[in-house]
Design a protein around this ligand. Structure first.
Ligand code: FFO
Ligand code: ATP
Length: 212
């Protein structure tokens, strides 16, 4: 990556963290509920049979996806649910979860994200390889709804996972996954610095708008 772009990304991540820290907790909870409602109302949600969703970090500072996860498991027409697990070496696996209780009981990893432990995950396959998810709920530090681009946490986990997922789906004759970015109003920007490997979202949902 060119050092100019790296510096731009670094500065934009710092700006995003400042904005996130300034959101009152009750405003975060309210926005999270509104975004989860909008996701449930989106056509890609009704259409999907398998959803990849992150579980929010315990210390907050990102959109709370629990209202969405609870709604999926409460539904009479359940969908398959997959959650990320970070492996050594910077690889992200997606593991199928079979109940809300299973997810609720997951311990926090070193970054504060609820995640299966290595022992729990031993018998679980990486669902990415079978291309099982048709909808991916994508986190980011900042989004640009006008361009559908996102700025992640800088480790490339989602960019690499989304690329691998769609390769697996293509090999099976399946359409690409629908990539739905979710964030607080404070995380929406005019533009974000982007590189060739940064994967474009199909839609971005904030509490007040769904783009496109
Ligand atoms: N809830 C949740 N789960 C998720 C993600 C996420 O963004 N949110 N991820 C999305 O990719 C993956 C974990 N990705 C991470 C990527 C980078 C860092 C990281 O660099 N942490 C810093 C300190 C924290 C920070 O301010 O970002 C560090 O370790 O130095 C942490 C997690 C998978 N699970
Ligand atoms: N498809 C890919 N293949 C190989 N390397 C990649 C790919 N996507 C991203 N990377 C690498 O990952 C690192 C982080 O990329 P970047 O700064 O774009 O992360 P990010 O978009 O903030 O992270 P994330 O996607 O996890 O939210 C970079 O070194 C980049 O080269």
């Amino acid at each position: 990556m060119s050092s100019g772009l790296a510096a731009l990304k670094r500065a934009a991540r710092q700006e995003a963290r400042l904005r996130l820290r300034a959101i009152p907790p009750e405003h975060m909870a309210e926005q999270s509920r509104a975004v989860c409602e909008r996701v449930r109302a989106h056509p890609s949600f009704a259409a999907c049979t398998g959803v990849a969703v992150y579980l929010p970090m315990v210390d907050g500072l990102e959109l709370d996806t629990w209202p969405l996860v609870e709604a999926i498991f409460d539904s009479s027409s359940p969908k398959r649910v997959y959650v990320p697990k970070i492996e050594d070496g910077g690889h992200m696996r997606l593991l199928r979860a079979t109940s809300l209780a299973e997810l609720r009981a997951l311990p926090a990893n070193r970054w504060g994200c609820p995640e299966h432990t290595d022992e729990m995950a031993v018998a679980l396959d990486d669902a990415t390889l079978a291309g099982e998810m048709d909808l991916v709920i994508v986190p980011a530090l900042m989004f640009a709804p006008a361009t559908l681009m996102r700025l992640g946490r800088g480790k490339g986990f989602y960019d690499r996972f989304l690329a691998r997922l769609d390769v697996a789906r293509r090999e099976r004759g399946l359409a690409p996954s629908f990539k739905l970015g979710v964030g607080f109003a404070e995380q929406m920007a005019e533009a974000v610095p982007a590189e060739a490997h940064d994967i474009r979202m199909d839609a971005i949902v904030s509490p007040v708008a769904t783009c496109p």
